[in-house]
Design a protein. Structure first.
Lengths: 302, 340, 336
């Protein structure tokens, strides 16, 4: 129906222009561009960690007590930890862990949360009510507290931390999509395609979801940072990744024992978390300006 | 200055606004005078620059506005040259404004009494401090003004929030807020437009009474010629940020000199009644306005000269001023000063 | 719908959510791997001792029966027995909850007290250098890992400058009334104890508040800018009201009202982050206890802590809603 109003070929041109305009608006804010830069850099580090790291072997259970807790030097730009491992190398591998963990957690949250939100919002009825009630229960405690409770039921390791966080995270997407569906449901174009005889499944996935995607994209971007923050917190408490895994939170927990004398072991990994989360926040903020969408950043401020 | 001169005299006022599209020349050489005890209406369609004129008088222009020319003399003092502090002393106590929309111009989270007593207590103060109390006299003054604007139960209204009042009552509260400082000049922006016609008429008549007994001078801003005729002594017709015509209220209804005024009046009897519907075309683009006469593109009588030369506001007949090439200046017009 | 009905409905809505939460947590705790009883009694214990403790704790009954008796217990103020501390969980909560309550409340107060004026300033000086700086600081505040900030604060103020104690809550004031050291020492006019408590709580409260502070600041800025554009703001200026009255009384009340619900929500995140910050400062609070019980697989403790967090969160949001209705008459009269 909408496509009919465009002569053939025009939509692609229009779309390209649309993207051009968005990119222009995005570039207006130097902070947004900085955010994109940080995110690209972090992802680059994550992908090429084995190549970039001066001592790739130090990412695991490597031990070299002779070089234990060396301060930053040319050989070890950010110093070494208690087992003599190069902190910079471990931080680069940590990017790998954090980014992939966040992608997996949000992948699960999106895969579970969005269909449930669509069902609850579009079909409604008893099933919809039930879904939203369950969602409310999950939202009744802050995500980190719920994730902590779940880790108690599992053996503490990286995979289980991931499961625990995903377990606490999906309801936010259900609620987000639910709200979007409710507001889009009455829009004209949805009514129109309903009038044309489109089935509920088609309407939900072809009409409503594409119109909610910018909101979801912004939330995912912001959440990338917040999931990393939560995961590093769990690991810091000893309920996530375990030593000798080069996870940032774990590294801080290990390095903390040697404060205040050997300050570098605990401080640099924290800087990595901070920069990563900041990068995703700036990027998400920039996207929000571009799409002019207002969503609460509150949902995941762990 | 001149003690017998007008209370307010706007001369050659030019205002530009910085917008996304570019510099919008929203006011272009506006000239307007209000004498003591006189009620003047400024009439024009939405977006013609009426409200900007009003805000310029009070020094309440938005930050993207820029005054490029002219003066606004109030009792001989040019308001445009006053500091923010000096203007602050004038607002509310010498010049007050009744805001257009009673549903948005009252603060929703304060009671009528709180808003009114704050004005009584703090009007003109440089900064509010802790410790000034609501004395019985202050309260008395507030109730008095509420009674003056015919609010049926002043004591009750005093403690109510705007949300608890009807539109008409809210409008009356806005009038009370404007009058409580005993101003000499009152600016009423689209008074009652947001209300039912019957309530609007009632409020207009009530205010006319108040103005007469109080000896106030009033500038009515309206898009409705009927309202203008009902309340005012003299009418200025504004088009595209310029004054098109000025005439005594009764006379302009008999005969209009400017083609725009003719179109306006033709639009009045219609029930739908929005201004300008009687005239083809739209209000001009302020960023790239027509080069000479701004009404030229819509004018049924346009001539070659209208695109080349800007028509000046001249006294075409006694007490009747018009900016149109169809009308020349009155031969014997001695002074350039308009008179009531 | 009247405001009273609205509040009543909010309270009624809380009940199924809390029941659901208790079931959720109960089920999670029952699928814990390993035998917590065996873990608690140590390798020396024989089968009879283990069985006896199981029976004592009702673990030999079916799960739904366990749940029912647990809930019945909760209504009597009995949260079961802690395998970690070897005493009633209710007693543990009574000891540890005030510390967390004191910490999170102070952090909230700090966030509002600093965040609101900073947000107003940023709004008044919109687009100035200060405003841009504020934005960067606010975004950084949200992105800072609180436990890492806590460590940095320790390094700076405790180790290097020696101004503040590194960890703990300090000695309890001579007489305990509420369990909140700051309040108790003030009530008994024991100012020395107050200073000592203040020194101990300063770093944890600040570390905890940073994110909330930053978010409140941004929100207040945004809604103040919105309020300044409103008709009633211009009207207030036209009456000749002083600008400080307009900004701090008229506009701020509106702006604060619209941020209130969000402030309520953020209390939950303060509670969540307390688990991390209390750890770093060895703050003897409920979150600290909660992590200990987690590590020890002490499920009664875990359930109780999670429930208390849930209830505290729900009650805060309820209070905020009531306050909201109290401040904003439009809510009370069912408009907007």
């Amino acid at each position: 129906m909408i496509a009919e109003s465009h002569p053939a070929g025009e939509p692609t041109v229009a779309r390209a222009q649309e993207w051009g305009k968005m990119w222009f608006r995005f570039r207006q804010s130097s902070l947004s561009v900085a955010g994109l830069g940080i995110v690209v850099a972090i992802v680059f580090c994550a992908v090429f960690a084995p190549v970039l790291a001066p001592h790739p072997r130090h990412a695991g259970s490597f031990v070299d007590f002779e070089n234990s807790l060396r301060p930053p030097s040319l050989k070890n730009p950010l110093g070494t930890d208690d087992a003599g491992r190069d902190i910079l190398s471990r931080m680069l591998f940590g990017a790998r862990i954090s980014v992939s963990l966040s992608v997996i957690v949000l992948g699960i949250a999106v895969a579970v949360g969005i269909p449930l939100g669509l069902i609850a919002g579009y079909w409604g009825g008893r099933l919809g009510d039930a879904i939203m009630r369950v969602t409310d229960v999950f939202l009744a405690v802050p995500p980190i507290a719920l994730a902590l409770a779940v880790t108690a039921a599992l053996r503490p390791n990286l995979t289980n931390a991931m499961i625990a966080i995903a377990f606490a995270w999906w309801p936010w997407y259900t609620r987000l999509v639910y709200g979007q569906v409710l507001s889009l449901k009455e829009e004209q174009f949805v009514e129109a395609s309903r009038g044309l005889g489109a089935g509920p499944l088609r309407i939900a996935f072809r009409e409503i979801l594409p119109n909610a995607w910018s909101t979801i994209l912004i939330k995912v971007t912001l959440d990338m940072g917040f999931v990393i923050l939560t995961a590093s917190g769990l690991s810091f408490l000893g309920l996530g990744a375990q030593p000798p895994t080069a996870e940032w939170g774990t590294m801080i927990a290990e390095g903390r024992i040697y404060l205040p004398g050997y300050w570098w072991a605990a401080t640099f990994p924290g800087l990595a978390i901070f920069m990563t989360v900041l990068g995703f926040n700036l990027l998400g903020d920039g996207l929000r300006d571009v799409f002019d969408v207002h969503i609460e950043q509150w949902q995941a401020g762990s | 200055m001149n003690p017998t001169g007008p209370l307010l005299a706007i001369q050659d006022l030019g205002i530009h606004m910085r917008t996304y599209e570019g510099r919008a020349r929203v006011l272009n050489g506006v000239r307007l005078a209000i004498h003591e005890g006189e009620t003047v209406a400024l009439v024009g369609e939405t977006g013609c620059g009426k409200s900007i004129t009003a805000k310029a008088i009070l020094g309440l222009l938005p930050p993207n506005a820029e005054i490029v020319s002219g003066s606004i003399a109030f009792k001989g003092r040019d308001l445009l040259r006053l500091s923010e502090e000096e203007l602050h002393g004038i607002r509310g106590r010498q010049i007050a404004m009744i805001f257009q929309d009673p549903s948005t111009a009252l603060n929703p989270v304060f009671t009528v009494g709180e808003q009114l007593t704050d004005v009584v207590l703090w009007q003109g103060a440089r900064s509010a401090t802790i410790g000034r109390r609501v004395t019985p006299e202050v309260r008395q003054r507030c109730l008095e003004i509420l009674r003056l604007v015919r609010i049926p139960d002043p004591e009750g209204a005093f403690g109510r929030y705007p949300v608890e009042l009807s539109g008409g009552m809210r409008q009356r509260v806005l009038i009370a807020l404007a009058l409580v400082g005993r101003p000499e000049l009152l600016i009423a922006d689209e008074l009652g437009t947001a209300l039912d016609v019957s309530v609007q008429d009632q409020i207009l008549l009530e205010l006319r009474e108040l103005v007469r007994t109080g000896g106030l001078s009033v500038l009515y801003i309206t898009h409705n010629l009927g309202v203008a005729r009902l309340v005012s002594d003299r009418i200025y017709v504004m088009y595209g940020g310029e004054i098109a015509e000025m005439a005594p209220a009764a006379e302009i209804f008999r005969r209009q000199l400017h083609p725009y005024s003719q179109g306006l009046l033709a639009a009045v009897p219609r029930l739908t009644g929005t201004m300008g519907e009687g005239i083809e075309g739209r209000i001009p683009d302020y960023v790239n306005p027509p080069p000479a006469c701004r009404f030229e593109p819509r004018c049924p009588f346009r001539m070659e000269v209208c695109r080349l030369q800007r028509p000046l506001l001249v006294e075409a007949e006694r007490d009747r001023w018009v900016a149109c090439h169809l009308h020349g200046s009155r031969e014997d017009s001695g002074s350039g000063e308009e008179s009531g | 719908m009247g405001f009273r009905t609205y509040v009543l409905r909010r309270i009624l809505h809380m009940i199924p959510v809390m029941v659901g939460l208790s079931i959720l947590i109960f089920v999670i705790s029952r699928v814990m791997p390993g035998d917590p009883v065996r873990l608690a009694l140590g390798p020396e214990a024989n089968i009879e001792q283990i069985e006896q403790l199981r029976r004592l704790m009702g673990l030999d009954k079916p799960v739904h029966m366990q749940y029912i008796s647990y809930v019945a217990g909760v209504f009597r103020g009995d949260f079961g027995y802690s395998l970690l501390t070897r005493r009633a969980v209710a007693q543990d909560l009574k000891d540890f909850f005030p510390a967390t309550f004191e910490l999170t409340t102070l952090a909230m107060i700090l966030s509002i007290l600093l965040g609101v004026p900073l947000g107003v300033r940023a709004a008044v000086r919109k687009d100035s250098l200060e405003d841009h700086l504020n934005r960067v600081v606010a975004l950084a505040g949200v992105a800072l890992p609180r436990f890492w900030l806590a460590i940095l604060l320790q390094l700076a103020f405790a180790y290097h400058l020696g101004l503040l104690p590194t960890i703990g809550r300090g000695p309890a004031p001579a007489s305990q009334i509420t369990g909140l050291y700051l309040l108790d020492s003030l009530l008994t006019l024991d100012f020395n104890a107050f200073i000592v408590s203040l020194k101990h709580i300063a770093m944890p409260a600040f570390a905890l508040s940073v994110g909330t502070l930053a978010q409140i600041m941004r929100l207040i800025r945004a809604s103040m800018i919105e309020e300044m554009r409103r008709d009633h703001a211009l009207a207030a200026r036209s009456y000749g009201l002083p600008s400080n009255l307009i900004i701090y009384r008229y506009l701020l009340k509106n702006a604060f009202t619209s941020t209130l619900t969000i402030i309520g929500l953020s209390y939950g995140f303060l509670l969540g982050n307390a688990f991390l910050v209390e750890r770093v400062f060895a703050w003897p609070g409920m979150a600290f206890y909660g992590v200990d019980t987690l590590l020890a697989k002490d499920f009664n403790g875990v359930i109780a802590v999670t429930l208390v967090v849930g209830v505290a969160y729900a009650v805060t949001n309820l209070l905020v809603d009531i306050l909201y209705g109290f401040i904003d008459p439009r809510i009370r009269y069912g408009e907007g």
